[in-house]
Design a protein around this ligand. Sequence first.
Ligand SMILES: NC(=O)c1ccc[n+]([C@@H]2O[C@H](COP(=O)([O-])OP(=O)(O)OC[C@H]3O[C@@H](n4cnc5c(N)ncnc54)[C@H](O)[C@@H]3O)[C@@H](O)[C@H]2O)c1
Length: 319
Amino acid sequence: MYPDIPDKPAGSYDKPLLCREANTLNLGIEIKRNQGTPTAFSFFHSATPQTNNLMDLGLKDKVIVVSGSAGMRGSIGQTIVSCLGQEGAIPVIVDRNARGLTYEQELKDQGIDGLFVQTDMTQPEQIEAAIQKIVAKYGRIDGLLNNVGVNDGVNWDSSYEDFMQSLKLNVASYFMLTKCALPYLKESKGPILNIGSKVALTGQGGTSGYAAAKGGVLALTREWAVDLIRYDIRVNALIIAESWTPAYQNWIDSLEHGEEKLTSIVATIPLQNRMTTPEEIANTCMFILSDLSSHTTGQFLFVDGGYVHLDRALLPQKG
Ligand SMILES: NC(=O)c1ccc[n+]([C@@H]2O[C@H](COP(=O)([O-])OP(=O)(O)OC[C@H]3O[C@@H](n4cnc5c(N)ncnc54)[C@H](O)[C@@H]3O)[C@@H](O)[C@H]2O)c1
């Protein structure tokens, strides 16, 4: 925190040499005088908020591809698409669910350009065709957000084929979509953002396929960050712990004692004992995709209210 311009007796310092209203910095020089003779000087600056200081993320007209973004309203992908639209970006919805058509139309109704490409993300040839369709329409891809993922509970009772299917959807699709988009990302120096899960780091129990896949997503994030650094492509992962989406609600509803389970989970979320909202996740995605994050790569960003890292034994107890 910078100190504000100190109060001075009249005439004891010169006026600021420079006043940059646009970026809120007031810079100046303070001159100490003894009977009118300068004896010392120092620089000062103050970060005084300006009323017109909106953060421009610079996402306008950027073609951003988002996988798994035709989920129910309030899902992570749908919220990200909506946020991208509000930022003036051109969201591309890649999902197998025909609901994407409705979202595409809704964007158009708001005067926002956008595209839905119906794609089964477990089918590599469909992924390839999706990228071709996007490039045929826009001629470029400015950013990629790998978000598709289902915590499918593939575990000891599941078959080898089920396990492989889980990997196909939850990690191989990230590889394939990125591989197909890569020539265009190299041209645009577009960033890649992978959606991860706390399950990769904390475990969950009962979900081997998803855990393995999300672990792979984090490993690929670091691998790609290294591999693509020569193209100025940034690669990061955003890790979610507990976010209240329709899919999460479905899971709670499927449990015998869902309400109790939910109460016990929420109580363990350190910050404000509440779940992360999809909007909070989407907002961080906007920032990481934007040039304002221009020197951030290879990072795992936890948007989780402190769930993974904070020692609960040290936190104040509520109630
Ligand atoms: N909600 C949470 O608490 C939480 C926690 C950790 C990680 N995540 C991750 O966030 C992401 C989004 O989760 P969500 O809660 O919004 O779930 P969601 O079920 O709403 O989103 C999954 C999306 O993937 C799509 N999809 C599923 N199978 C597909 C396929 N074969 N081809 C194409 N699309 C397919 C669905 O249509 C849906 O749009 C996932 O990667 C998930 O693992 C969520």
